[in-house]
Design a protein around this ligand. Structure first.
Ligand code: PEP
Ligand code: MG
Length: 593
């Protein structure tokens, strides 16, 4: 290959998905680097030997995946390790295994080549699928194929970054499992060609606090292993081979970022009250119980969203009532947290394609997901509700139902909850007296019938991640349309404003728990809309609180009035970003806002 000149001082722009600034050497993580050998087999005994090698590689791969899983558990890994379960499932998939064995037998080729033929076959099938989400599921098969190939070659790659600690990983794409592995490998940061802000890989990066930039498109072509790299996960920038001056500036920035964070943490526990006395309740979103200490440390007053579907992952059997209970018992009534919002499980969509029933759907995001799934699998739902009710005896609990699209669903959910409560009472089991019931407003129809829904519940929680994707018809995990995913679209703002007004008119509080709630760019707007509770990634809390404390409701309303007159999302964004930059220059420095 011709020697290319290293690029210098090049700034690549992407989407910052996990804040922080970090400098280090690049390591290009190429998942497709295996050279695949090919040879013909002519004797039956050779075929038997190849099949044995293949099966041995399958077993080795399974052992390795299980090891990663258990290491993650030991190191307090909080990430969606369910991906590894999916990979184990593929390793054990009868038709996948049978296909490779058949290729060895019928084509008389070595195990590596038979595996390649099989993976190519799967690629053909997946590429023909109309649904982009399903097409992307081929990536899991490719990942598993790579792992088996490594084992066939006797090479076992335990680490994402073989150079050890302290590198920055550059990759075309990373699965949530890869990201989790980076925590074990103590990687400093990562940057990828693909990805979007709300993909689960991004969510994992934020939860393990590794600065990360995704959606760079060509980073793997522009960066080479050992290049000096700065990742600015706050601004969404990657700087390749910076000159000493730029390096110096970023070193300052990194220190500043750290001091700001330490400074912010000092005040994180103070309430979010504006200078003119408007108080916003601030809560944390968690996927795992282990995140609670971080939520408390970052100033969460309660848990505004516990994504309980994560209890279903990483296990071979369905969770029992006791499994559920033990989790809820650890989040309800925790010292330092005033309330805990348990969202009933939202299986489906981009979350758990590990369930074969869900995987068959052509459009899982709009398929049998969340409350729809619960109302079909009532026994499963009841197990969870019993556990929540039992745990509610220990502190202030709220139950939140996801993906409600009509009044029948919330009524049905409440009826089932009532039945479960009666059963528990009959059995003499204690249940909390003041448990609140809420609906997520994340389907446009729910926003439209908010007045009717408000009569059924004690609170609303706006799920902007889904609401925006459905209002704007943007697939939130499809990086092709990320540019259209715009929380500041007037349609989105009007819809949110309307939901808050209707909720308040009905006398119920309105929370927001989508990613929008934790982005400081939007804090003034959400404040002006008088959202009662903002629930977010715990790391985002200190900044949001500080903005609220630094401003007045009056000032925020002025900004809101201005932008609500604008018809164009781009115009609104320009105005809001400038206003926020001017108003909070120190706080939003490097925020990309
Ligand atoms: C949302 O949709 O905004 C939300 C908070 O739920 P999730 O991201 O889990 O779908
Ligand atoms: Mg949602």
């Amino acid at each position: 290959m011709p020697e290319e000149k290293n690029i210098k001082n090049t700034v690549l722009k992407g989407i910052g998905v996990s804040p922080g600034v970090v400098t280090g050497r690049a390591y290009l993580f190429d998942r497709l680097d295996a050279q695949i050998s090919f040879y013909k087999l002519d004797k039956a005994v050779q075929k038997t030997e190849e099949i044995r090698r293949f099966r041995e590689a399958l077993r080795a791969s399974e052992r390795q995946l299980k090891e990663i899983k258990s290491k993650l558990t030991e190191t307090g890994g909080l990430e969606p390790i369910y991906i590894m379960d999916v990979h184990i499932m593929i390793l054990k998939d009868r038709s996948f295994v049978a296909n490779v064995v058949r290729q060895i037998r019928e084509m008389s080729v070595n195990a590596e080549w038979a595996l390649r033929l099989t993976i190519d076959k799967y690629r053909d099938i997946f590429e023909k699928m109309d649904d982009e989400y399903l097409r992307d599921r081929f990536n899991d098969i490719r990942d598993v194929g790579q792992m088996i190939l490594r084992n066939l070659a006797g090479r076992r790659q335990e680490k994402i970054a073989p150079l050890g600690e302290g590198v920055i990983v550059i990759a075309a794409d990373l699965s949530p499992a890869d990201t989790a592995q980076m925590m074990i490998d103590k990687v400093l940061g990562f940057a990828t060609d693909m990805g979007s802000k709300t993909s689960h890989t991004a969510i994992v990066a934020r939860s393990i606090a590794i600065p990360a930039v995704v959606g760079l498109e060509k980073a793997t072509r522009q960066v080479r292993t050992n290049d000096l790299i700065i990742i600015d996960g706050t601004a969404g920038l990657v700087i390749v081979n910076p000159d000493p001056e730029l390096l110096h500036r970023y070193e300052e920035k990194r220190r500043h970022y750290q001091t700001v964070r330490e400074e912010e943490l000092k005040y994180a526990k103070y309430p979010a009250v504006t200078k003119d006395g408007c108080r916003v309740r601030i809560a944390g979103n968690i996927e795992f119980i282990e995140e609670i200490p971080s939520a408390v440390a970052h100033g969460a007053e309660g848990i505004g969203l516990y994504r309980t579907e994560f209890i279903y992952i990483n296990r071979e059997e369905l969770p029992t009532e006791e499994d559920h209970f033990l989790n809820y018992r650890r989040v309800i009534g925790v010292e330092g947290l005033e309330w805990a919002t348990i969202r009933t499980f939202d299986l489906g969509g981009d979350k758990f394609f590990s369930d074969p029933k869900l995987a068959k759907e052509m459009n899982p995001q709009m398929g049998l997901r969340a409350i729809r799934f619960c109302l079909k699998e009532i026994n499963l739902f009841k197990v969870q509700l019993r556990a929540i009710l039992r745990a509610s005896a220990f502190g202030k609990a709220r139950i939140l139902f996801p993906m409600i699209s009509g009044i029948e669903e919330i009524r049905a959910a409440k009826n089932i909850l009532g039945e479960v409560r009666d059963d528990l009472k009959q059995q003499g089991i204690a249940v909390g007296g003041d448990i609140e019931i809420g609906v997520m407003i994340e389907v446009p129809s729910a926003a439209i019938i908010a007045a009717e829904l408000a009569r059924e519940v004690d609170f609303f929680s706006i799920g902007t991640n889904d609401l925006i994707q459905y209002v704007l018809a943007i697939d939130r995990i499809n990086d092709q349309v990320t540019y259209l995913y715009e929380p500041l679209h007037p349609a989105v703002l009007r819809m949110i404003g309307r939901v808050v007004e209707i909720g308040h008119r009905a006398g119920i509080p309105v929370a927001m728990c989508g990613e929008m709630a934790g982005d400081p760019t939007y804090t003034m707007i959400l404040l002006a809309m008088e959202i009662d509770e903002l629930s977010m990634n715990p790391l985002a809390i200190p900044k949001v609180k500080e903005i609220i404390r630094e401003t007045t409701l009056k000032e925020a309303r002025r900004l809101l009035r201005r932008i609500m007159k604008m018809a164009s999302a781009a115009e609104i964004r320009e105005h809001v970003e400038k206003a926020m930059r001017d108003r909070f220059p120190g706080l939003l420095a490097g925020n990309g806002a």
